[in-house]
Design a protein around this ligand. Sequence first.
Ligand code: AMP
Length: 215
Amino acid sequence: MIDLVFMGPPGAGKGTQAQRLCAKVGVPQVSTGDMLRAERKAGTELGLKVDQIMREGGLVSDDIVISLVDKRIRENDAQKGFVLDGFPRTVPQAESLDRILQKAGRAIQHVVLLEVPDALIVERITGRRMGETTGRIYHIKYDPPPSPDRGEGGEQLLIRPDDQEEVVRRRLAEYAALTAPLVAFYGNRGLLRRVDGVGSLDQVSESIFRSIGVA
Ligand code: AMP
């Protein structure tokens, strides 16, 4: 069993690299951002509740994301492990995660921190495009789709509303205030693996695999 947390500022390439890591170690990706977007798309009560906060680049309440993760990691496919992407994002979320895992006789083995300077983040985020049906992520320069507005299989490409520059700045501020303290939280326990997120997709993947000993 391999239980991993993937951390990094918005736009560091977390989602893309988490997908690659999952394929490598054969465990599911558990992305709170994806789960919340699915709720919004399905128009559920929860989706409606978080819509405005997500649009503005704020964080949804700890209770909501904790209960989503708690449920998700009890599912069958997560019994062999998981890669958490975008969770925990606050110290209370990390403390809840510890309790949830402890009850199940599990524990986080590695926390991968993908480090990318702020200047690069804005370029990465504003070039990001997402497939409407598959949620596949492209970048117009670094991972170009088959055409500027169509992905593989012809699906329409969208720009996430929270990827606009002003919203990105708000998300970076939230990260510095609420999520960066997790670096010390996990660092003190010897779980933190710092990885340089600057480089080609393959270079960064290799560094991630090495950091957790699966190269
Ligand atoms: P992401 O795709 O991880 O960038 O998440 C998109 C948005 O979903 C964030 O900007 C938050 O509004 C919300 N979100 C995702 N994960 C969390 C979390 N762990 N805690 C609070 N809000 C979250």
